[in-house]
Design a protein. Structure first.
Length: 138
């Protein structure tokens, strides 16, 4: 499915959704969540939002599929494994875990994230480095 088709359909049942359903953030047929803001971001930056993400469970999903379903807060700027550098900070595309931009330099929080079994340390460190630059955190 191409991005334009995706943006006009429900992420769960795949029926064509109306602008009213998108505005209400829910499919009228299956009640799946629809993120209007993530769909707008995807239309503005299709190269990022059409990237495949290999999830720890072995499945592959497009960034837009994940951001539409999960409550990803910010505009996706870059992807490192399951980590999205966003306008909000750093967000996991696998768990919904997030680090707000003003907490990116919190060393205790970063150490805690690195102890999680689902975290790929290399991907996380690369994403963190980019997020620190994007948000001008030192």
């Amino acid at each position: 499915m191409n991005l334009n088709q995706y943006l006009l359909s429900c992420p769960s049942c795949r029926k064509t959704v109306s602008s009213q359903e998108i505005n209400q953030a829910e499919c009228s047929e299956c009640s799946a969540r629809i993120s209007k803001k993530q769909r707008e971001y995807a239309a503005e930056n299709p190269d990022i939002y059409t990237q495949d993400v290999l999830l720890p469970d072995g499945s592959r999903r497009k960034v837009i599929e994940i951001t539409d379903y999960q409550e990803i807060e910010g505009r996706v700027i870059d992807i490192y494994g399951v980590w999205a550098v966003t306008s909000y900070g750093l967000e996991s595309l696998f768990t919904g875990y997030f680090i707000e931009a003003d907490k990116l330099s919190d060393s205790e929080l970063i150490r805690n994230v690195l102890t999680k079994t689902w975290v790929n340390a290399d991907d996380f460190q690369k994403a963190l480095g980019k997020a620190l630059k994007v948000h001008a955190v030192s």
